[in-house]
Design a protein around this ligand. Structure first.
Ligand code: BEZ
Length: 261
């Protein structure tokens, strides 16, 4: 998870992470993190960095598995929530990791797509790992939330705003991300793109409130409710079923790699 950060094109993306709002609208993120935790297969005694730990729900599971875990996240409110759980958690921008050869594994769930300069992130992860250490992660892959992203950009476009400039997300293909990992000195053991339509606990408005601050920052505060309504109207026919259940069009990129010795 990130707070304000410099994006791909030097633009500033703003995401305000509020732990309470996140828990209501995105509690499913940690629940659905089980497969990537299983891929990590944490071992007692292992030293693990949880990159983008958010409010620490999965960090707690790593601790429960017997690991010694450091959580980092760029959102101060999320780190406060993680610390309230008794976790060793710190406000750190994932582009600027300063750890040096101390972790057996770096784990990340639903965070890397907020980090728009992946080479910097991967270089920091490589530095943080011991030789042979593992990097196991899941995040949004190519095509992730395509309908939501398209609707947001279309509605901003109707107002003469280039929504792509405010787009905070990085959703690479498996080939692109593997290439970056290999170029940085990783051996890639597995990488897959997994469509995972995800039922939402509220309507897509709750999802937009929680995750789409960067786009809404492009419009005056007085217009934001109207923009949200227009985005929801565009999405209703494709993401809301006849019983009123909204489902987000998630696509995961899940991989396991290790630092070449
Ligand atoms: C995701 O987990 O894929 C995601 C969450 C929020 C915004 C964009 C993507």
């Amino acid at each position: 998870m990130t707070g304000p950060s410099e994006g791909r094109n030097g633009t500033t993306q703003t995401q305000d992470w509020q732990a309470d709002r996140y828990q209501v609208n995105a509690g499913f993120v940690a629940v659905l993190g089980t497969p990537v935790l299983e891929l990590l297969n944490p071992q007692p005694g292992g030293r693990v960095l949880d990159l983008g730990c958010g409010d620490g729900v999965l960090t707690e599971k790593l601790v429960a598995a017997g690991c010694s875990v450091v959580g980092v996240d760029a959102g101060p409110d999320m780190i406060a929530a993680a610390r309230a759980k008794g976790l060793d958690a710190h406000v750190v921008d994932g582009h600027a990791l300063s750890f040096d050869g101390e972790f057996d594994a770096v784990f990340s769930n639903a965070a890397l797509h907020w980090m728009q300069r992946p080479q910097e992130v991967i270089a920091g992860v490589h530095r943080a790992l011991k030789p042979g250490g593992r990097f196991v992660a899941e995040f949004g892959g190519h095509g992730n939330v395509a309908a939501i992203r398209t609707a947001m950009i279309a509605v901003l476009g109707q107002r003469g705003i280039d929504g792509a400039e405010f787009d905070p997300w990085y959703f690479p293909t498996p080939g692109e991300y593997s290439g970056l990992l290999e170029a940085a000195g990783f051996t890639v053991h597995s990488v897959e793109l997994i469509p995972r339509p995800t039922p939402l606990p509220t309507d897509v408005g709750g999802w937009l409130d929680t995750f789409a601050d960067s786009f809404f920052a492009a419009v005056p505060p007085t217009d934001r409710a109207e923009v949200k309504g227009q985005v929801m109207d565009l999405l209703r026919p494709v993401l809301c079923d006849s019983e009123g259940q909204w489902t987000a069009d998630y696509v995961r990129l899940r991989f396991s790699a290790s630092r070449s010795a």
